[in-house]
Design a protein around this ligand. Structure first.
Ligand code: UAG
Ligand code: ATP
Ligand code: API
Ligand code: MG
Length: 489
């Protein structure tokens, strides 16, 4: 595409110097990825500034530069007020405005986003849609999966891959939208048709100033629905959450409130919650029907209700929704049982916030016959203030806690564990820094009827220590110790 065509949506400061016959083969925001005829967009980040890598981009064959501060370059430089916004507009145009041609369902909230994408993917597939998912575990396009490094990738990646999805005849995309992504403009230019709010509880207070700031970032997804009333857009909101109103106020489109309270439009009644299942009645203004699912926990009833509310908006028949939810095996690393024939349940779960840990442990307390032994840690370079809270939750709902490392990242594991446990007087815990050893201790100490919960890393197959990722999978490790235990008896 010609550079001047590509720039049509941008506010540009120096229109006079733009060549008219320059062909751009691709757009890049990372100088290391620049190739011949790339348009290099300089982004100022937290660790470095793209404006400092002009030289490298020139060496790799860039044909022009987009910048927001004065730079020296032999190439044509186009100055714009904000390169993050420019990147989204450029990518959108370069890749043919792909989000306009797709039904994009964005899901935000502290917990339940990944679970929701799995539930919705199942329902829409069952109804014959061609679907894609972008989220924490990976990106799925039809039956293919691709690793991605952020839950919500940057705008360049998004527009590029939405274009690929269109080429592969995908019609509906389920996208987790993190608060970081909303705050950093990673979803600028994406046209969402439906947006979902699951809940808001403490997380990421290393990044957001406070809970209101965090809620504001989440509400940007609701503002992003825009004002084009020719489109049947809708916001699906958990009405039982205290931040529901913040999301509701951010959009002028209709909302579908869901929850357990009477004001909900799609609500659940008569819940029955078991160790490996949940059943409930769904009440809509038109009808009442029952759901039986293999997913345990009241929080998963909320996730299912949200999925039912979205399906309701798209007029997907109840029978299709029921069938899909009934068949759903849940999500990898979310209340996942590790079972090699031992006499007590071992569960791996991705709870890494005080609220999610509380939800999971509350659910386990409802079904427990013996003791609950919890293995849990907190990630490094993340919200420090959630550490003592997570330890408190574990102490409150478990009979014994093994506090250990999660992903220490650049921090000292001992310092993280001190933040978690420094204030505890109770003796019902052990600090075992090595996560493998902590899992071993929990599994070897469990008696028949006890429950072992290994929380925080869920589906993750690595442990990140000082910038390096080492293979580590809670499920594999638990399985190996369970097999040892069976062999020894
Ligand atoms: C805090 C944060 O979000 N950081 C993101 C940010 O990194 P950064 O600001 O450090 O980038 P940087 O290294 O300073 O680089 C700035 C610019 O210079 C360019 N550059 C840099 C070096 C070079 O040699 N050449 C060059 O051109 C880079 O390509 C970039 O355009 O931009 C990167 C590229 O888009 C992201 O991968 C990175 O996410 C990091 C890895 C991260 O851990 N983010 C977490 C906090 C996050 O976003 N999490 C949410 C999920 C939360 C949840 O669900 O609970 C998520 O959506 O993943
Ligand atoms: N609706 C919910 N309310 C509270 N806790 C939940 C809910 N759904 C799931 N959880 C808990 O939160 C954990 C993470 O769930 P999930 O991966 O679906 O959330 P997420 O929003 O995608 O998280 P992340 O921000 O890390 O991507 C689960 O393992 C479970 O413990
Ligand atoms: N999306 C979350 C995942 C946390 C997972 C947990 N295992 C940790 O490393 O803290 C984050 O980046 O904060
Ligand atoms: Mg997720």
């Amino acid at each position: 595409m010609y550079l001047h065509e590509l720039l049509e949506d941008l506010k540009i400061y120096n229109t006079a110097n733009i060549p008219t016959n320059l062909l751009v083969d691709n757009i890049e925001m990372d100088s290391r990825k620049v190739s011949k005829n790339s348009l290099f967009v300089c982004i100022k980040g937290f660790n470095s500034d793209g404006h400092d890598f002009i030289g490298e981009s020139e060496e790799h064959g860039a044909c022009a530069i987009i910048a927001e501060r004065q730079i020296e370059s032999s190439l044509p430089v186009i100055y714009v007020p904000n390169t993050v916004k420019a990147l989204a507009l450029l990518a959108n145009r370069f890749y043919g405005n792909p989000s306009q041609h797709l039904n994009i369902i964005g899901i935000t909230g502290t917990n339940g986003k990944t679970t929701m994408t799995y539930l919705l993917d199942g329902i829409f597939k069952e109804y014959g849609h061609q679907t894609a998912v972008i989220g924490t575990i990976d990106m799925k396009i039809g039956n293919q999966t691709f690793p991605i490094s952020n839950t919500t990738p940057d705008s360049l990646f998004l527009h590029k891959h939405l274009n690929l999805m269109l080429k592969q005849n995908i019609d509906t995309v389920f996208m987790e939208v993190s608060s970081h992504a909303l705050h950093l403009g990673r979803v600028y230019g994406i046209q969402f048709n439906t947006v979902v709010f699951t809940n808001l509880t403490q997380d990421h207070l290393d990044y957001h100033l406070n809970m209101n700031d965090y809620a504001y970032a989440k509400s940007l997804l609701f503002s992003q629905l825009g004002n084009d009333y020719n489109q049947q857009k809708v916001a699906v909101i958990n009405i039982d959450d205290r931040y529901a109103e913040v999301m509701e106020r951010a959009t002028s489109f209709p909302i579908i409130p869901y929850g357990l309270s009477d004001e909900a439009f799609i609500k659940a009644k008569n819940l029955e919650l078991g160790a490996k299942y949940s059943s409930f009645e769904v009440v809509t203004p038109q009808n009442t029907f029952s759901i039986k699912s293999n997913m345990a926990g009241k929080f998963n009833v909320y996730n299912m209700l949200a999925a039912i509310a979205v399906a309701y908006h798209y007029r997907i028949p109840i029978e299709v929704v029921k069938k899909s939810l009934q068949l759903s095996k849940g999500v990898p690393g979310r209340l996942e049982y590790v079972d090699v024939g031992q006499t007590f349940p071992v569960i791996v779960d991705y709870a890494h916030t005080p609220d999610s840990l509380e939800n999971v442990l509350e659910s386990l307390n409802e079904i427990k016959k013996g003791k609950i032994l919890t293995v849990v840690g907190c990630g490094g370079d993340r919200d420090r203030s959630k550490r003592p809270k997570m330890a408190n939750v574990s102490m409150k709902y478990s009979d014994f806690s093994y506090f250990t490392s999660d992903n220490p990242r650049s921090e000292k594991p001992q310092a993280i564990l001190k933040d978690m446990t420094g204030h505890l007087n109770d003796k019902r815990f052990k600090v075992i820094t090595d996560r493998k050893q902590a899992i071993k201790h929990a599994i070897m100490s469990a008696s028949k009827d006890d429950i072992v919960l290994i929380a925080g890393k869920g589906h993750e197959t690595y442990q990140e220590i000082e910038g390096k990722r080492y293979h580590f999978d809670d499920r594999e490790i638990a399985k190996a110790f369970l097999e040892d235990r069976i062999r020894e008896t």
